[in-house]
Design a protein around this ligand. Structure first.
Ligand SMILES: C[S@@+](CC[C@H](N)C(=O)[O-])C[C@H]1O[C@@H](n2cnc3c(N)ncnc32)[C@H](O)[C@@H]1O
Length: 260
């Protein structure tokens, strides 16, 4: 038996994680099997509560999406893993009778995780999960918006995904991700992994003999990742930072942007 913490975190390198990690454990837990951050038991070591406790339950009302708002309110969850946070966030943000009007679309590139999300989805009328790699194609997102006669998602969640896109697709992949999300969203709630997580994730994968992350050393976008994301969103994507909900226990900022 190994504990949730031992079962390898999201590239995060806290003292506690370091104390529990050894090469043997890394091998047993095979982080090489999750090169996109597609951990099979992510929520045992990063439970939804870690983020929920920072996000006000009134967020959708605060943004003006409640009574009087015409049509459905659309929420997008990027890289939703097995859907536990998506469902918990939905339940946190949306109470009856609003659940009729708020739709959440969660997607992830890992089809097995999406199957699990679909099977355990308790709110099938309101929440939908689909397999999708955001770096390849976003036409399914456009189709979904079209289906709901909406030009954009009212709120897009992109939590703990940027590092994996950045490590796998380089600087241009990261900027393209942010631009793409900005183009389909009215508001964007972003949790970008800090740089120290990159070093830890790349080191673990290297230890397992995976060399495909070596270009990590050549990334030009490094340092304060939340600030780099803010800069791109504000100068290139017509968005502005309107609120910071503080930092998670893993020292990650939760930043809310709005289309200007
Ligand atoms: C560390 S998990 C975070 C899960 C969830 N967003 C959260 O914060 O609880 C990162 C997720 O992003 C997904 N992911 C990585 N790259 C992706 C891509 N290009 N398109 C869609 N999903 C992606 C992974 O499969 C993984 O499930």
């Amino acid at each position: 038996m190994f504990s949730a913490r031992k079962h390898f975190g999201d590239g995060h390198n806290t003292m506690a994680t370091c104390a529990l990690s050894s090469d043997a454990e890394d091998e047993i837990n095979d982080p090489g099997a999750a090169p996109y951050g597609n951990f099979i038991n992510y929520y045992t070591f990063n439970p939804p509560e870690n983020r929920l406790s920072l996000i006000p339950a009134t967020l959708l009302q605060d943004l003006g999406f409640s009574d009087g708002h015409d049509g459905a309110t659309l929420v997008l969850d990027v890289g939703c893993n097995s859907g536990e946070l998506s469902v918990a966030l939905y339940e946190h943000l949306v109470q009856e009778p609003e659940r009729r009007k708020v739709r959440l679309l969660g997607f992830d590139l890992d089809e097995t995780l999406i199957q699990r999300a679909q099977q355990s989805n308790p709110l099938r009328d309101s929440i939908t999960f689909i397999p999708l790699d955001i770096t390849k194609d976003s036409s399914q997102l456009q189709d979904y918006l079209h289906q709901h006669s909406c030009p954009h998602f009212h709120l897009c969640l992109c939590l703990a995904v940027t590092m994996w896109v950045h490590l796998n697709h380089g600087d241009s992949g990261l900027l393209q991700l942010l631009s793409r999300l900005a183009s389909v969203s009215q508001h964007l709630l972003l949790e970008a992994q800090p740089w120290k997580c990159y070093r830890s994730a790349a080191r673990r994968l290297r230890k397992l003999g995976r060399s495909d992350f070596d270009h990590f050393k050549t990334l030009k976008i490094r340092g304060d990742m939340a600030d780099h994301a803010r800069e791109h969103l504000e100068t290139r994507c017509g968005m502005e930072l309107i609120q910071s909900f503080g930092s998670t226990a893993w020292d990650r900022k939760l930043l809310l942007f709005r289309r200007r």
